[in-house]
Design a protein around this ligand. Structure first.
Ligand code: FES
Length: 455
């Protein structure tokens, strides 16, 4: 199922890595975070190459709803309490600066990618107090935020938290242009990273600095990202024949939805669940698209579904991304992952932070995003939940595996895969790897296909 962005964009093909090579920096992954990081490193005078296992933008950049915003659900009140005001200011400031930087780049380079400023809103049918508190917290950090009761949505709400001057764009058109400015090798899968050597099936790149920007890091140790991150899937339907709100909306209630207009379409999103745990309606599983479809017909009678697709997001234990040094043990390695649902804005934040770290510039914003930041009480709670899923997934792999031709145990660390009827894929509840019906790898951290039964 192709997203609206894929339908409308052709990105120029690149050659695979021609053989062994030296560079100052190598970026693994040619999504938005990887391409932007390579672009700014090049601007800083650092010779950088990008290695991509598939095609430019073939990962999660193509599946986003492409909101560029510092509004990341209800985060600022909690962040001030947990990390302190100064750190929260850095988070808010880095995200607001990212919106401005997109605008500057797009203007300067004349990129035709439907960039538009618009407000972003959180809505709730019941939680007026939470929305008021979030607006106050954000305002206290320098964001132009307010609580309001006016809303463009076709149902009544208790109120909205409005962030003014946020933005939206066409991510693949933007990416296609930016990728022209950097050295990218496609169809070049990284097999192993050791010290300064990045080994691929096409040759080896040696570099002082290595950036892991391919969604979920495939290296388990060091870093231990598998133990402090899981993945979530969410679903989008693009609708014709609806009202088209100017603002972008996100519900904070349990059944909250995402609304965002693109051209004559309304992108309606929702139905998030931990990857590998798709307990929806019907026979106890799946039904995410049907839920969105029913909602669409209820809210916009007579509307028509033009497209549908889904996204996969890396979720961290404390809800903030991991951007910075990969681990204390590997000083030349860097990572950008755990973007949650906010990949577009966070990709730009990552590019800024990683370029500063690699080029030795001061970067006060880096601390709040650091993968080595202190472990919070919220993170400890999430760790217990994450651990329980992993134990369950691992225990299940001992059960008889049914009659499938593939052996449905995840090649990453062995958890039992679960069938996702909405996507017709085998999904791993432990860390979110996915495989098609024949067991071919769709998404990592696993690096290989499932094993098949002999004969
Ligand atoms: Fe880690 Fe499946 S993704 S065990």
């Amino acid at each position: 199922m192709e997203s609206i962005w894929m339908e409308e964009t052709e990105i120029r093909k690149r050659e695979p890595l021609p053989g062994d090579m030296e560079a100052e920096a190598v970026v693994i992954g040619a999504g938005l975070a990887g391409i932007l990081t390579a672009y700014y490193l090049k601007q800083a005078g650092i010779r950088t190459v990008v290695l991509e296992a598939d095609r430019i933008g073939s990962g999660q950049t193509k599946n986003t709803t492409a909101k560029i915003t510092s509004q990341h659900s209800l985060v600022y009140g909690q962040m001030i309490q947990t990390f302190g005001r100064r750190m929260a200011e850095h988070y808010a400031g880095a995200n607001e600066a990212a919106i401005k930087e997109y605008e500057r780049l797009i203007r300067e380079k004349g990129i035709d990618c439907d960039f538009a400023r618009c407000p972003a809103y959180l809505y709730s049918r019941t939680e007026e107090t939470l929305l008021r508190q979030e607006a106050e917290a954000a305002k206290s950090l320098g964001i132009e935020a307010s609580f309001e009761t006016d809303c463009e949505l076709p149902f009544s709400v208790a109120g909205v938290t409005k962030f003014a001057h946020q933005a939206k764009f066409h991510p693949l058109r933007f990416l296609a242009k930016m990728a022209e400015e950097v050295e990218v090798y496609e169809q070049t899968k990284v097999l192993k990273v050791e010290g300064r050597r990045v080994e691929t099936g096409r040759g080896c790149v040696t570099a002082e600095h290595i950036v892991f920007a391919a969604h979920f890091p495939f290296i388990n140790i060091p870093g231990y990202y598998f133990a402090r991150m899981y993945q979530e899937r969410s679903y989008v339907v693009a609708l014709e024949g609806t009202e088209r709100p100017e603002g972008m909306y996100l519900g904070i209630d349990r059944d909250g939805l995402s609304f965002r207009t693109q051209g004559n379409l309304l992108l309606l999103g929702g139905g998030s669940h931990r990857t590998g745990v798709n307990k929806g309606k019907g026979a106890g599983k799946g039904g995410r698209y049907e839920m969105l479809h029913d909602k669409a017909r209820e809210l916009y009678p007579g509307c028509r579904e033009a497209l549908r697709w889904s996204a996969q997001d890396c979720m961290t234990l404390d809800g903030l991304p991991y951007i910075g040094r990969f681990s204390r043990r590997n000083p030349g390695w860097y990572v950008a992952t755990g973007f949650g649902k906010w990949g577009m804005t966070t990709a730009m934040v990552s590019a800024g932070i990683l370029t500063a770290l690699i080029s030795g510039r001061e970067c006060p914003e880096a601390d709040i995003f650091s993968p080595q930041r202190h472990f919070t009480a919220q993170a400890a709670k999430e760790l217990a939940v994450h651990g329980a899923h992993t134990v369950k997934g691992l225990a299940k792999h001992l059960l008889p595996a049914g009659s499938e031709e593939i052996i449905p145990n995840c090649p990453h660390m062995g958890c039992r895969l679960e069938w996702n009827p909405d996507e017709e894929s085998y999904d791993c509840p432990c860390h979110g790897s996915r495989f098609d019906r024949e067991g071919h790898l769709l998404e990592g951290p696993a690096q290989t296909d499932c094993r098949r039964r002999d004969g």
